[in-house]
Design a protein around this ligand. Structure first.
Ligand SMILES: O=C(CO)[C@H](O)[C@H](O)COP(=O)(O)O
Length: 229
């Protein structure tokens, strides 16, 4: 029986093998994206392809540096040939919840730069309705936490500041210096509307609903192998 990590690796390898010589590629964050980055490094070494990455987090940047993958700064580019990333929930329309790793704001900025946004995951991430298992991660300007908590409550969500990153006391702080919180809703009937409502709350600088962004999903399933849609 394949482990969860082996399934994540299968999806990551498949996506890395779609990258073509000469591309500039956005590189996501998380354990599945890390497999994709490892495979990309292997291809750069063994096939001699020239690929430049744009990282979505410090953790991916450090991985790329250790593997010798050339990087451009996010702020230097406005178009990417491809972006590959993981997700926490994926619905049948390829709408997503992202942000378990607190990187969703930078991931969304990078994802917005491409029309080739590939999501990789094990099949356990597939849901009929977003919000079934996961809360919606928020990135919040610290001084706005009280007002944001109150406004999100009016939308039906319960906000909890994310605590307890290993090796750090206190709240989780994003790579951009903001608070990370999770808003738990009942399964979300209209994710597009909720995304727009969250965007209207001053103080939320990013949320983990990715609506109409992914163009391909690659799921690795124990029984069915790789599923693409
Ligand atoms: O959104 C993310 C980080 O902010 C990750 O892509 C998402 O949490 C998936 O992670 P993993 O591949 O480790 O399950």
């Amino acid at each position: 029986m394949a482990s969860m990590d082996e399934l994540k690796k299968a999806a990551g390898v498949r996506a890395a093998d779609m990258i073509k010589d000469g591309m500039i590629v956005g590189l996501g964050t998380g354990s599945t994206a890390a497999h994709m980055v490892n495979r990309l490094a292997e291809r750069i070494k063994t096939e001699g392809i020239h690929v430049t990455g744009v990282s979505t987090s410090w953790s991916t940047t450090l991985q790329c540096r250790s593997l010798g993958i050339p990087l451009k700064e996010m702020g230097e580019v406005s178009h990417l040939d491809m972006v590959i990333d993981g997700a926490d929930e994926i619905d049948p329309n390829r709408n997503l919840i992202k942000g378990r790793g607190a990187a969703h704001l930078l991931e969304k900025i990078v994802a917005s730069m491409t029309d080739n946004y590939v999501i990789i995951a094990d099949s356990g991430k597939a849901v009929q309705q977003l919000g079934t298992k996961f809360a919606v991660p928020l990135e919040i300007i610290p001084g706005a936490i009280a007002v944001v908590t109150e406004r999100v409550k009016k939308l039906g969500g319960e906000v909890k500041v994310r605590m307890g990153a290993p090796g750090k006391d206190g709240p989780v702080i994003s790579d951009s210096g903001n608070l990370i919180a999770d808003a738990k809703f009942a399964p979300i009937a209209d994710p597009d509307k909720l995304a727009r409502d969250l965007e209207h709350i001053v103080g939320i600088v990013g949320h983990g609903l990715f609506i109409n962004m992914a163009t391909k999903v690659i799921l690795a399933d124990e029984a069915k192998g790789l599923i693409e849609f």
